[in-house]
Design a protein around this ligand. Structure first.
Ligand SMILES: Nc1ncnc2c1ncn2[C@@H]1O[C@H](COP(=O)(O)OP(=O)(O)OP(=O)(O)O)[C@@H](O)[C@H]1O
Length: 407
């Protein structure tokens, strides 16, 4: 039995966790155990308490048989030194290598009835980069947000726990477009994952350039930015030649403006999954094929495409390693000032803003970068800088893009 001294921290986060540990009662024996030690918290920094340690006394008071809430109350009320008497458990090693994940959903521990200790939970939003520092509990991991000022970790559901929760909900509930009952928005989608493992990737000089994908609400200026970028530096950037079923106009050359094909050929290409994206406009079909993107890359140029957000999955492959840039509109008032196109009506600017908000809420976990298209020249510069970063600086990309092909 070893007596330990911990200084009680007045930080309210630690108060509710009793100095950065959560405790649990064994209902059969009445013993109280340390369930987990929160990484970066007070107890962790002391190095004195470990998961599985049996708590015998707190400030001289025996705790066996007490409810955990009662023990917490004693601790919350104590001032200054706290004396724990514990029977240590041999500590298990935490992960030797931290795991890095990108959050694919929004999560709030306060809305998750399954979490063992909501105060110890960590909220996160789609797109946040998380460092998973402890996976010893198969249901609840300890994680911290990268680029956050706090070194302290919080509990998040493991991928197993998330899947289990999704399956449970799928069987128990009628259809709900969005569900907050497990703390996770859009948890009803059984194919969703809570996080995607990511690795820090530095493109090698011999690797093909990453595909640059521009996404934004219709009218925000995605095409304008893309056109300008290619026009300013045609030796570096290029767009793929699209396929169309519309007839060739005077002055157009097959393979230059478009690849002109018959409806039958187009349909054949659709069935054989040749297109990253395709759609209909004015009664004609248009499509961007994977092969035409590869042609640009094979020419040693940076391929820049614009894409509808529902087609993001078609480009998220290890071959293309896309860098996805979301083009966001400025405020409607700013759009009114900057957009000189007479086709725009006042209500269009409100609609563009609304569409942008919806698009971002749904897909922001896939965006590597966001550009606000306010002043056109500034936005072109921002785009140029973002593309340079994508090609020349280390970026977080899905770990699956490194997996061997046969897996
Ligand atoms: N920053 C800007 N300042 C002023 N005008 C802009 C700016 N960006 C785009 N525009 C103008 O706004 C109009 C719409 O731009 P664009 O055609 O690129 O939109 P889009 O996002 O590609 O939408 P769609 O997919 O519907 O064509 C064009 O007239 C374009 O010149």
């Amino acid at each position: 039995v070893s007596p330990l001294h911990l200084i009680h921290n007045q930080d309210p986060w630690n108060d509710s966790l009793i100095g950065g540990v959560t405790i649990r009662k064994n209902e059969r024996t009445g013993n109280i155990f340390i369930a987990r030690v929160i990484h970066g918290g007070l107890a962790d920094r002391s190095g004195l308490l470990h998961p599985g340690d049996k708590l015998v006394e707190v400030n001289g008071q025996k705790v066996r048989g007490l409810q955990p809430e009662r023990v917490i109350q004693t601790l919350v009320q104590s001032q200054g030194n706290i004396l724990f008497k514990v029977i240590p458990n041999s500590p298990q090693p935490a992960n030797s290598q931290p795991l890095y994940m990108r959050a694919m959903v929004d999560y709030s521990p306060l809305q998750d009835p399954a979490i063992p200790c909501p105060d110890a939970g960590m909220a996160f939003s789609k797109g946040d980069l998380l460092e998973i520092v402890d996976q010893r509990d198969i249901r609840w991991w300890q994680a911290r947000k990268l680029h956050s000022a706090s070194l302290c970790c919080g509990l998040i559901p493991s991928t197993n726990q998330f899947r289990y929760k999704q399956r449970e909900l799928w069987w128990s509930q009628p259809y709900q477009p969005s569900c907050y009952s497990c703390g996770v928005s859009s948890c009803y989608n059984t194919s969703a994952t809570i996080c995607e493992e990511v690795l820090h990737y530095q493109r090698h000089i011999d690797d093909p350039p990453r595909l640059i994908v521009l996404i934004g609400p219709s009218g925000v200026g995605v095409n304008e930015l893309r056109r300008r970028l290619i026009k300013i530096n045609p030796n570096t950037y290029q767009g793929p030649i699209s396929y169309t079923t519309r007839s060739q106009k005077m002055g157009e050359k097959n393979g230059r403006e478009y690849n002109f094909v018959t409806k039958e050929v187009f349909a054949y290409m659709v069935v054989n999954h040749k297109f990253l994206e395709y759609g209909e406009h004015n009664g004609h079909m248009y499509g961007t094929s994977l092969d035409s993107v590869k042609d640009v890359l094979d020419n040693g140029k940076i391929c820049v495409i614009d894409l509808e957000p529902h087609c993001i999955h078609s480009v998220r492959t290890k071959t293309l390693k896309p860098y996805i840039i979301f083009v966001r509109p400025p405020s409607p008032a700013r759009m009114r000032q900057t957009r000189k196109d007479p086709h725009f009506l006042d209500k269009d600017f409100e609609e563009i803003e609304e569409a942008s908000r919806t698009m971002e809420a749904k897909h922001r976990q896939y965006f590597d970068c966001v550009i606000v298209n306010d002043d056109l020249q500034d936005s072109c510069m921002d785009l140029f800088t973002a593309i340079q970063h994508a090609q020349e600086e280390p970026q977080w990309i899905p770990a699956s893009w490194f997996a061997p092909d046969h897996l």
